[in-house]
Design a protein around this ligand. Structure first.
Ligand code: PLP
Length: 346
């Protein structure tokens, strides 16, 4: 039997062929290490241009490290970070921000994963109180961990609020490509409000490369040293850079993300009329969250790989990727429909 597509994560997908080809193409001759090579110069310059970044671009190995490096540029030693409770830095980075940066996360419940200026403002009441960690930066995730997407207007308002409130703004852009595809806008449009952001390559068809984009010139000077201290300076940097060269060529990143988004929409549309399945958030990227009747959830899990997001509420996360096909989705929907028609024991 052919291997079934995983709906567990966009990280479960293979590497895009063009990325692999670019890595192989880079595999000739010697190149000076630690980023002083032609591939890195080209990739970082391409990303600087795409983001209209006044600062600089730094490649790292993974998204958690990008978050830590990016945030480290925005915080003083006594400062805290405001983020949604669902933020990856809060839920899935093993306390790296707390451990490595020594910061405190001021988490805000956000039903759809999105912060608003009002939610951020509510965290500022302790300003000036020397018993309390002082908010220094805000982290938002675009697209969010719940598959939702900030509009450009929402981003603009958050950016303005942060600037007026002397707060740095960092965007966790592990899925920034999905946001640009969903909003049909440029990477620069998304980045405009931020001081620093990440741009994920791995979930978009890469095999382990993320970029930290420093939007403001004055924030960039320390990054080379901090990246090394944070163990993210790749010696054979050309292979990370080659991945971004492939993803930026003719905006392959956008095609990959558009396709993944479209497959998530197809999945959500396919299950909407199935009794016992209840799509929870607007489907604005490559994730579908759904309440699934626990009577047939286990049956489905025996056949397909995906994660239960909230065991108690019986909510699952189904994710697509650049290589999910329409046939994969249709087969999955048919299985869900069939399982829903025969809840166990009936
Ligand atoms: C929103 C978000 N940020 C960051 C990351 C980075 O993770 P990693 O360190 O596994 O590359 C992920 C990965 O799942 C993510 O979903």
């Amino acid at each position: 039997m052919a291997e079934r597509k995983s709906f567990g994560s966009d990280n479960h997908a293979v590497t895009h062929e063009a990325v692999l080809r670019a890595v192989v193409d880079a595999n000739h001759g010697d190149a000076v290490a630690y980023g002083d090579d032609e591939w890195t110069r080209r990739a970082t310059s391409e990303l600087r241009r795409a983001f209209r970044a006044d600062g600089d671009v730094f490649l790292v190995f993974n998204g958690s490290a990008a978050n830590i490096l990016g945030l480290s540029l925005l915080l003083r030693r006594h400062e805290a970070v405001i983020c949604a409770e669902s933020a990856h830095i809060n839920t899935d980075e093993c306390g790296a921000a707390e451990q490595i940066l020594g910061t405190k996360l001021l988490t805000v419940p956000a039903l759809d994963g999105k912060l608003t200026p009002e939610m951020i403002a509510a965290q500022l009441s302790a300003r000036g109180d020397d018993h309390r960690a002082q908010p220094g930066a805000v982290v938002i995730t675009q697209t969010t961990e719940l598959g939702t997407c900030y509009t450009l207007e929402e981003l603009r308002k958050i950016g303005e609020f942060c600037r007026a409130s002397d707060l740095g703004l960092y965007i966790d852009g592990a899925r920034l490509a999905n946001a640009a595809a969903f909003l049909d806008c440029s990477l620069a449009d998304l980045a405009e409000c931020a001081d620093v952001l990440s741009f994920g390559g791995t979930k978009n068809g890469g095999m382990g490369a993320e970029a930290v984009i420093v939007m403001r010139h004055e924030l960039a000077a320390d990054v080379p040293y901090l990246r090394k201290q944070q163990l993210q300076l790749a010696s054979k940097m050309r292979y990370l850079a080659a991945q971004f060269l492939a993803l930026t060529e003719d905006e392959l990143w956008r095609r990959n993300a558009s396709h993944a988004n479209a497959m998530a929409r197809r999945l959500a549309d396919g299950v909407r009329d199935i009794p016992g399945v209840d799509v929870r958030y607007p489907v604005q990227s490559d994730a579908v969250f759904a309440g699934v009747d626990p009577r047939f959830l286990k049956d489905l899990q025996r056949e397909w790989f995906f994660y239960v997001w909230d065991e108690q509420a019986s909510v699952v996360r189904w994710m697509t990727a650049f290589d999910t096909t329409e046939a994969d989705v249709d087969q999955f929907v048919a299985s869900i429909r069939s399982a829903a028609g025969h809840p166990s024991g009936e």
